[in-house]
Design a binder for this molecule. Structure first.
Ligand SMILES: [Zn+2]
Ligand SMILES: [Zn+2]
Length: 203
C-alpha cells in the first residue's frame, strides 16, 4: 500500500485541492482496507471491495481514490445520509451477507485538532495538521457489520434491459415497477420522486 503522503498527493491532484476532508477520507479508507486485510485494492484485490459512502463531500473523493471503488464500476454506493461515514464490504471474506467494517469520523476530532494546535489560527489548517497525526481511534469509531448486497447490485452483475412502456426510455438493472401489468421506469411509476420537472411549454 502507498504511504499516507503519496496518497494525499494523488488525492489532491484528483480532487483539486488538499483539505481536511481529503486527509480524513484517505485515513478512513486506509483503515477500512487494513481491517479487511486488503493490500492491493487497485490490483489483485480489485474485485474484493464494495464501499458505501454516506456523504457526498470532500472525503468521498478520497475514499474512491484510495479504494479504487467508483460509481461507474458499481463498486461505490452512495447513501445520502449526510454522515461522515463509510462501510467497506469484503466480497471475498464470507458467504452473503458480506462481512464489512463501518467507520465513522468522530465528532470530537475537530475539538481535538483545536486543542492540539491552538497556535494555528485557521480551523481547517488545525485539522489538516492534526488529521495526519491523530491515531485511528482518535479519529474514528468503527463497527463490524454485515451487508446484504442484492445480486443485481454487485459490480459485475448483468441486468436485463427494457424500454419503459410510458416514456420509452431504456432502463437497465431491473430498475422498474410493475404497474397494471406494464413495466414502468421509476420516474414514470413514481413521478413524486422525480428530481426534475419539465419546463413550461415542453412535453
Ligand atoms: Zn476538499
Ligand atoms: Zn418511463
Amino acid at each position: 500500500m502507498e504511504s499516507l503522503e503519496q496518497l494525499l498527493r494523488k488525492a489532491e491532484a484528483a480532487h483539486g485541492h488538499l483539505c481536511a476532508g481529503q486527509i480524513l477520507g484517505v485515513r478512513m479508507a486506509l483503515l477500512g482496507l487494513k481491517r479487511l486485510e486488503i493490500e492491493d485494492p487497485h490490483g489483485a484485490d480489485r474485485k474484493r471491495l464494495v464501499t458505501y459512502v454516506e456523504i457526498d463531500r470532500c472525503a468521498t473523493d478520497a475514499i474512491g481514490l484510495v479504494t479504487g471503488c467508483r460509481l461507474g464500476k458499481r463498486a461505490l454506493k452512495f447513501r445520502d445520509w449526510g454522515k461522515m461515514a463509510a462501510t467497506f464490504v469484503d466480497l471475498a471474506a464470507s458467504p452473503a451477507p458480506a462481512r464489512a467494517v463501518r467507520i465513522v469520523a468522530r465528532e470530537d476530532s475537530r475539538e481535538l485538532a483545536r486543542r492540539l494546535y491552538p497556535q494555528i489560527e485557521s480551523a481547517s489548517r488545525q485539522q489538516m495538521q492534526a488529521y495526519r497525526e491523530l491515531t485511528d481511534a482518535e479519529l474514528f469509531s468503527e463497527q463490524w457489520v454485515r451487508v446484504a448486497i442484492d445480486p443485481g447490485d454487485f459490480p459485475g452483475a448483468r441486468g436485463g434491459r427494457f424500454l419503459c412502456s410510458q416514456c420509452g426510455e431504456g432502463v437497465s438493472f431491473g430498475r422498474f415497477c410493475e404497474v397494471d401489468g406494464q413495466r414502468l421506469c421509476l420516474s414514470c411509476a413514481r413521478p413524486e420522486l422525480r428530481y426534475w420537472e419539465l419546463e413550461d411549454g415542453c412535453r
